[in-house]
Design a protein around this ligand. Structure first.
Ligand code: SAM
Ligand code: SF4
Length: 331
């Protein structure tokens, strides 16, 4: 293996998030605008061969974990084929998919056969009207069918991503946590970040991890921090004192975890980003399509890691929201 990917602050990078599309079949208000989204022309998306090549070169540089995301990754035609190919990249020990599960019932068997086991499913509420209010689509029944299909097939661990928006999801907190407890899923409550296309984010609309821990501890069972949790994971892990499972909180706004960041991102059209909030990107596609060698692509990846900043500045007056919203970066 070549020299590991270490940035200017000594952080080792072993985690790559690959977006396979910027399209989506729902329209969560904290990510996409309701109408008028301009998607990437299909010819600009990296092909499966190109994605696999970047993954292989990244693995040679020490990437061991890949998460496939989007947009909605299940909209990318033939996704199980890509999953199967990524599973076979030497050095990749962990592959996960983040999905809204609207199409999961249909694709779960092929994904399972391709070797995928780890799923992060995005679901904020079990209330059909609120689901529609958040996503501007009436797809809660399809999502629940998708989750059930995945559970029946034996996927695991299944984590449930809940975006924590203040003055909105408070009534969903306890029902979502109970639903996860009863079904053996781990909820991950993610503080609302300034990555929405319509720039609706305000600090006052962030439901904080501390507030959620307090509510769940009071309403369900006391939550205790997990001592041996991986410090480089974005979620802070807690366990119910009564043994009823664990809960993750991604406190990106109130307790940024940048100092432990180990992640790089590849957008669907082949830009490398060292941070969700990065302003600058490195262009891998030009190398891929312009006859670039593996060594040049490896240098491009290394260069992007070297440029990495210490952390995002959401909490500073200097903060500038990135020009690309969540669906176009790949969350
Ligand atoms: N469509 C898939 C989904 O929704 O899971 C994958 C892509 S989506 C961009 C990845 C994750 O980003 C979602 O699971 C959601 O939890 C999170 N997300 C989207 N917008 C967000 C925001 N403004 N703040 C915090 N998390 C957000
Ligand atoms: Fe689509 Fe995921 Fe963004 Fe929601 S969060 S609009 S499901 S890409």
């Amino acid at each position: 293996m070549s020299a590991p990917l270490i940035d200017g602050f000594g952080r080792l990078h072993d985690n790559l998030r690959i977006s396979v599309t910027d399209r989506c079949n729902i329209r969560c208000f904290y990510c996409m605008p309701e109408t008028g989204v301009k998607f990437m022309p299909r010819g600009e998306l990296l092909t499966f061969e190109e994605i696999e090549r970047v993954a292989r070169i990244a693995a040679e540089l020490g990437i061991t974990k890949i998460r496939v995301t989007g947009g909605e990754p299940l909209l990318r035609r033939g996704l199980p084929v890509l999953i199967e190919r990524l599973m076979q990249v030497p050095g990749i020990r962990d592959l996960a998919l983040t999905t809204n599960a609207v199409l999961l019932e249909e694709f779960a068997p092929a994904l399972y056969d391709a070797g995928l086991r780890r799923l992060n499913i995005h679901l904020d509420t079990l209330d059909r009207a609120r689901f529609q209010q958040i996503t501007r689509r009436d797809d809660l029944p399809a999502v629940l069918r998708g989750i059930n299909a995945a559970r029946r097939l034996g996927f695991g661990p299944i984590k449930i991503n809940v975006v924590a928006v203040k003055d909105l999801i408070e009534p969903d907190l306890v029902p979502m946590a109970r639903y996860c407890r009863e079904n053996g899923f781990e909820p991950r409550f993610i503080e609302f970040m300034p990555l929405d296309a319509q720039h609706l984010w305000e600090r006052g609309r962030v439901l904080t991890a501390d507030q959620m821990i307090e509510t769940l501890s009071r309403e369900i069972a006391p939550l205790l921090p997990v001592r041996d949790a991986d410090p480089r994971a974005p979620a802070t892990e807690y366990r119910y004192a009564d043994g009823g499972g664990s809960v993750g909180f991604i406190a990106s706004v109130t307790k940024p975890f940048c100092l432990n960041c180990n992640r790089l991102r590849l957008t669907s059209e082949g830009k490398l980003r060292y941070c969700l909030f990065a302003i600058e990107e490195a262009d891998v596609r030009t190398l891929l399509r312009g006859g670039g060698t593996d060594a040049q692509i490896a240098d491009c990846i290394r260069g992007n890691v070297k440029e990495k900043w210490l952390g995002h500045e959401i909490n500073s007056s200097r903060f500038v929201a990135p020009p690309r919203p969540m669906y176009s970066i790949g969350g």
